[in-house]
Ligand binder design. Structure first.
Ligand code: ZN
Length: 318
């Protein structure tokens, strides 16, 4: 059986790359396929049976960019016959099997935000998508501002996150970033204006993504056909459209949040109420103590408390 990898989709037309011969083929899918999917929220709480199902369910899906598929050739038609199991799925962009997310934050316009950083890290942790952090526009701030950001980021580096500083326009810091793409599918994410397209253009100067960014900014009107594409870069693939334009928690109970903070989890064994501690008002909380001692940045803890409130508000809306 022949196996291909989908690198491009325009409506029901798929561009496949045969995984053995690397031949490029244009294929179509005969409708949808049966697919076993484990419910996304199943690993979270056991109490909320209404929203979570522990068993895998059979659903019907269409092939997507990033899929490994079986295909057959019938005359001059190429048909996709089966979709291989996916390891991850995103809705925007519509890509599967993503290995990592390049989180882009600019130093200025918009200002660097630890609030958004913490929020992205929670959301990606929940989706089991490892982030790589890129700080852009380092040339547009003075040394003191950049130093502040770097000092703040040092904590995140101790948690194991990779952090890169770039000036995409002059290609500063771009070459050291290149190795992270090898053998992986990468999606870029970040607020509007942080320079995702400029970064993509710096990585792949042959592409001109500027027009694309403009048409996205103007809204959906211009792009009526669904078009997603992977670009080969340094033996890996980069998704052409940025993801996570809307970042909201997919959490229903505030006490789920602490499980998405690796640093808090480590400390919670020494909280007086151990793993039941949600690190808010409990006496003998090791997390609060670490904040007071300066071991955890105050901003990180304050953002955590703000997120708890946001999740509570979200819950009230149901
Ligand atoms: Zn605690």
């Amino acid at each position: 059986m022949k196996t291909g990898f989908i690198i491009k989709q325009i409506s029901n037309q798929y561009t496949l790359k045969d995984i053995d011969t690397e031949t490029i083929l244009i294929a179509q899918a005969r409708g949808k396929f049966r697919y076993m999917k484990l419910d996304e929220s199943s690993s979270f709480n056991k109490n909320v049976t209404a929203r979570t199902k522990k068993e895998p369910k059979t659903i019907m899906v269409s092939p997507k960019v990033g899929d490994y598929v079986n295909y057959e050739i019938d005359g001059d038609q190429v048909w996709i016959t089966n979709i291989k199991p996916r390891k991850s799925e995103l809705e925007r962009p519509d890509v599967v099997n993503v290995d990592q997310v390049l989180l882009v934050f600019s130093c200025v316009r918009p200002d660097f935000s630890f609030y958004l950083l913490d929020k992205f890290l929670v959301i990606l942790n929940q989706q089991h998508l490892p982030p790589v952090i890129v700080v852009s526009k380092i040339d547009l701030v003075d040394d003191a501002t950049l130093k502040n950001i770097q000092e703040g980021m040092a904590y995140y580096e101790t948690l194991g996150y990779e952090v890169y500083y770039v000036n995409s326009k002059q290609r500063i810091g771009i070459d050291v970033l290149a190795h992270i793409f090898k053998h992986k599918i990468t999606v870029l994410a970040g607020q509007t204006g942080v320079g995702k397209s400029t970064l993509l253009n710096a990585l792949m100067p042959k592409l001109n993504l500027k027009t694309q960014e403009i048409s996205f900014a103007l809204g959906r009107g211009k792009h009526t056909t669904r078009h997603t594409e992977l670009y080969l870069y340094n033996e890996g693939y980069i998704v052409d459209t940025p993801g996570f334009s809307k970042i909201t928690f997919n959490l229903y109970y505030p006490d789920q949040l602490r499980l998405l903070y690796p640093d808090f989890i480590k400390l919670s064994a020494t909280c007086r109420f151990n793993h039941r501690c949600i690190h808010l008002h409990e006496p003998g909380c090791a997390v609060k103590e670490a904040v007071e001692n300066g071991e955890i940045p105050i901003s990180r803890y304050e953002n955590y408390c703000a997120f708890i409130e946001e999740i509570k508000q979200q819950k009230l809306k149901f």
